[in-house]
Design a protein around this ligand. Structure first.
Ligand code: PMV
Length: 315
């Protein structure tokens, strides 16, 4: 059955912040990730007349012409249409996103989730979580090599999550709101090369990397205990310690370290890089909302390109 004219399907997803545990999560350690609804993407699908055509800030044209770094999105679209046994491949997909790309905020996973949701909506089919994850995995594998799956789990979750590779995702309750400041170095990170470099070191005789990965796991377990109580001072210390371990495994850089230091000097309870690193963003834990705004100014003063202050709570 051909879809009637002016039919529309809409899907969206938000970005994510890895609070603690990135990189270690690839080796089976736990990680905690938070939905970050300030930044989000919406995909709208309508009838087209030009094959599958994508309109977005970063690429406009037929998806057969997608640049290399976006080919995973194209593969995900084809897999989704196959799954839907789509009766037409004349579609116009429009993306509107305010998630900066390549900053460890889950843009690629959020785009893929939004597109899959919008295609299922367009063809009026129910989308199970399992199907969503398996379709988005196609795009994430292309972008990241061998992703742990934390990004796609978090950008499609409304709750903070406890994530262990290959295990059921567990929602986490925050006993107290988290006042966070996210600051962007303005430089695109390269998760793929960071993950590859860590793996090389992990598989070599570099016991330092292995020990850091294990310590990151232990810090994450402690962070979960702190989130369940009101121990933000201790949580801040854990974030600082996690940043040190990420420095040890070689995924931080001068720009990230400078922002982390500036946040700590401005009184942040803790600060660390978030996501793949080597560019991208840091997050800092503030005392309250006003303090998060103060941290924002301090980080802009030392060269952050942009910042976002937010309070996340279980409500
Ligand atoms: O996509 P990013 O940059 O947020 O990185 C994802 C987190 C990593 O642990 C570095 C990789 C992974 O697959 O878990």
């Amino acid at each position: 059955m051909m879809p009637p004219p002016q039919r529309q399907g809409v899907g969206s997803a938000h970005s994510k912040l890895i609070l603690i545990g990135e990189h270690a999560v690839v080796y089976g350690q736990p990680a905690i990730a938070l939905p970050f609804p300030l930044l989000n993407v919406t995909s709208t699908v309508e009838n087209g007349n030009n094959g599958i055509y994508l309109t977005s800030e970063f690429f406009t044209g037929p998806i057969s012409n997608l640049p290399n770094q976006l080919k995973g999105i194209g593969m995900c679209i084809f897999e989704t249409l196959d799954k839907l046994q789509a009766p037409t491949k004349e579609l116009h997909i429009r993306l509107v996103s305010n998630i900066p790309i390549g900053r460890g905020l889950g843009s690629s996973a959020a785009i893929a989730v939004a597109i899959v949701r919008s295609l299922f909506s367009y063809f009026e089919q129910k989308l199970s979580r399992q199907t969503l994850m398996s379709l988005v995995h196609v795009a994430e594998t292309y972008a990241h090599g061998n992703p742990s799956g934390i990004d796609m789990a978090c950008v499609s979750s409304t709750k903070p999550i406890w994530f262990e590779k290959g295990e059921e995702v567990v929602p986490i309750h925050l006993a107290q709101p988290l006042h966070l400041l996210v600051a962007d170095t303005g430089r695109v990170g390269d998760t793929w090369s960071a993950v590859t470099a860590v793996r090389k070191s992990y598989l070599s005789k570099n016991t330092g990397t292995k020990a850091s990965i294990e310590r990151l796991g232990a810090l994450t377990i402690k962070a979960r205990e702190n989130l369940a109580g009101d121990q933000s001072m201790e949580l801040g210390r854990l974030l600082n310690a996690a940043h040190e371990e990420l420095v040890n495994i070689g995924v931080s850089d001068e720009g990230l370290d400078q922002l982390v230091k500036a946040a700590q000097q401005a009184g942040a309870l803790g600060a660390k890089l978030t996501g793949g690193g080597r560019g991208g963003c840091i997050l800092a834990l503030a005392h309250n909302q006003n303090h998060a705004e103060e941290l924002s100014q301090a980080l802009l003063d030392v060269g952050a390109q942009q910042t976002w202050a937010c309070t996340l709570s279980s409500e």
